[in-house]
Design a protein around this ligand. Structure first.
Ligand code: HEC
Length: 151
């Protein structure tokens, strides 16, 4: 095998590893005060998701819209953080995390929209996509809190 082929093989193999390996658990890297805000936000999201399920199974789309919008708007972290904490966060969070967070919040806006339009099929699809987004982010970034993902 010549050197170039060897190089390509190496890049490919390490590239695949980088994708499957949990990227970066962020919990333990955050200062306690910021981690507490993140946990607070997660608990609010968790409660919101169960209320959305109640709305979906009872065709209470107003409840779905309201809760999905609240998840979208609930930047507890952003609201409560000082400028200094914001700087720390910027340095600590990997781009992959920020992208997942953005995509997740976008889905909640889409769910709210579908609920306002009364489209039950779309609501289910977005709700399911949100659930997948929880798991995808936790697998990569929440393994300090949920180490069972590493098994
Ligand atoms: C962009 C990333 C991301 C997304 C999306 C995300 N989470 Fe999290 N979540 C985290 C991280 C990181 C932690 C762990 C923080 C730590 O280590 O303390 C966490 C922790 C939690 C916790 C534990 C809180 C506690 O009491 O310690 C719950 C519950 C939770 N998330 C629910 C959800 C639900 C439900 C969704 C989807 C509807 C979701 N999360 C989506 C990143 C995310």
């Amino acid at each position: 095998m010549n050197r170039i082929m060897m190089f390509i093989l190496l890049v490919t193999v390490t590239g695949i590893q980088a994708e499957t390996k949990p990227e970066k658990a962020i919990g333990s890297q955050l200062p306690d005060a910021i981690r507490s805000l993140l946990i607070e936000e997660m608990q609010a999201i968790n409660t919101g998701m169960s209320k959305i399920l109640t709305g979906l199974v009872s065709a209470d789309y107003e409840l779905v819209a309201q809760q999905a919008q609240a998840i979208h708007d609930s930047f507890i972290m952003a609201q409560k953080m000082t400028d200094e904490q914001r700087q720390v966060l910027k340095k600590t969070l990997p781009t992959a995390f920020i992208e997942k967070d953005k995509a997740f919040h976008q889905l909640s806006a889409q769910l709210a929209e579908a609920a306002r339009a009364g489209n039950s099929q779309q609501q289910l699809q977005y709700f399911q996509s949100m659930q997948s987004a929880c798991v995808a982010c936790h697998q990569q970034h929440a393994t300090d809190r949920f180490p069972d993902f590493l098994q």
